[in-house]
Design a protein. Structure first.
Length: 413
């Protein structure tokens, strides 16, 4: 058991080194420069990566050299030493370890009254309802959609369990249930129903794996990780996203790969891990460029994953990391031509622009943008949270007339 743990740890070190663009010799040289010694050699790095030795005292230097979070390396090393009380970081774990209490696989009922056989027409009808729900989520709020979404999810599970179908129809139904679970979870999360959202996401992950749909699995688990990142579970978010990327492998559609690395970038950002966040953003852009070059069409659920959306995530990352000179131009350009019928997303992006402007010491402009955001009548828990964030940031500028008037007009928020 311990040999296997050491092997997994060594493979993790090798992956970190390769992601940083370093050979074993270059990693050894960089560590020597960082530590001011000459005692690390290529052979020593090779022994670590084969699992023959653990680099306990060298973990800080390795973290600096490859740009990895030190606490993740320390957790991985404790696991390799045999500490059963350690939860694995995402690159070493798998989803079964990180989501041990997911939903059980769906199976048709052995005895179901009035069982009927369904075919691809039922799958197509379900797919149309799922996509209609996605489009509705673009313009409606959780208060309008959460009940219909979960009614649809329940009906879809019932259809699968109480009908008969050939294997390929069964897999297609499972994939649609996975997509429906994702959008239902997303809607519940937007309404602040985080436990309900997590249950939907766990069901979605189970059926996506059961259907053999790796790219849908990244979408569902990435959505759960996105929620975790936004409710204070940043480490869980990083672990989940890295684990699902490892499980799905490199052959998923590049649009799906772009989205899951976008989610990873946000998780790293919320965890304060700057270099990994920047690398994940770079990978997301490379994947979307690959998708734009042609090939197989993207999954239907990825219709909204565009270069603008990635640029918005870039801007959000830069805002969170207090880099307003990079965030403000991106947000200003995209918000200026954003579809105003998508009021929730517009409000969210205006909130990031207002925060970035406060960081840029432009409180008058920030107040103008915040006023526009606050004028949007959107019932969304995420919008409510962002309103609080914006107004708290503006409090530091209450000596500015525009800011003072705005704060006086919105005391309840």
């Amino acid at each position: 058991m311990r040999d296997e743990r050491r092997r997994r740890f060594g493979a993790h070190l090798a992956r970190l080194r390769e992601d940083a663009g370093l050979s074993q010799r270059k990693l050894a040289d960089r560590m020597c420069r960082l530590s001011g010694t000459s005692s690390v050699t290529r052979n020593e790095v090779s022994r670590w990566e084969r699992g023959e030795r653990l680099p306990d005292t060298w973990l800080p230097a390795i973290a600096d050299a490859v740009g990895a979070p030190l606490d993740d390396l320390e957790r991985a090393a404790a696991y390799a030493r045999g500490d059963d009380g350690v939860r694995l970081p995402g690159p070493l774990a798998n989803l079964a370890e990180l989501l041990p209490h997911g939903a059980e696989e769906l199976e048709p009922l052995q005895v179901a009254p009035g069982r009927r056989e369904v075919g691809h027409d039922a799958v197509e009808a379900l797919a149309a309802r799922v996509h209609a729900l996605r489009l509705a989520d673009d313009v409606l709020t959780a208060g309008d959609l959460v009940a219909p979404a979960f009614d649809e999810l329940h009906a879809a599970v019932t259809l699968f369990r109480e009908s008969s179908h050939v294997d390929d129809v069964g897999r297609a139904l499972l994939a649609q249930i996975g997509e429906l679970a994702q959008i239902a979870g997303w809607i519940a999360s937007d309404g602040g129903l985080h436990a309900q959202a997590e249950r939907a996401y766990r069901l979605g992950a189970t059926v996506a794996r059961q259907a053999g749909d790796a790219q849908l699995l990244t979408h569902v688990v990435g959505s759960l990780a996105y929620q975790d990142a936004n409710i204070g579970h940043e480490r869980d978010a990083v672990d989940l996203t890295e684990a699902v990327i490892a499980e799905a492998g490199p052959d998923i559609h590049p649009t799906a790969r772009a989205l899951v690395h976008d989610r990873l970038a946000w998780a790293h950002t919320r965890a304060g891990q700057v270099q990994p966040a920047m690398r994940a953003l770079g990978t997301a852009h490379e994947a979307l460029t690959e998708a734009a070059a042609g090939g197989e069409p993207a999954p239907a659920w990825a219709y909204w994953v565009t270069s603008d959306e990635l640029s918005l995530m870039d801007a959000r990352v830069f805002t969170e990391l207090r880099r307003p000179l990079r965030a403000v131009p991106l947000l200003t350009e995209i918000v200026g031509r954003y579809d105003t019928t998508h009021a929730r997303e517009l409000g969210l992006y205006l909130s990031w622009l207002a925060v970035a402007l406060t960081d840029a010491n432009e409180p008058e402009q920030a107040a103008t943008v915040a006023a526009r955001m606050l004028s949007l009548n959107v019932a969304s828990e995420r919008i409510t949270d962002r309103r609080r964030v914006v107004l708290r940031r503006l409090e530091a500028f209450d000596d500015i007339a525009e800011v003072r008037e705005l704060l006086a007009a919105h005391p309840a928020v």
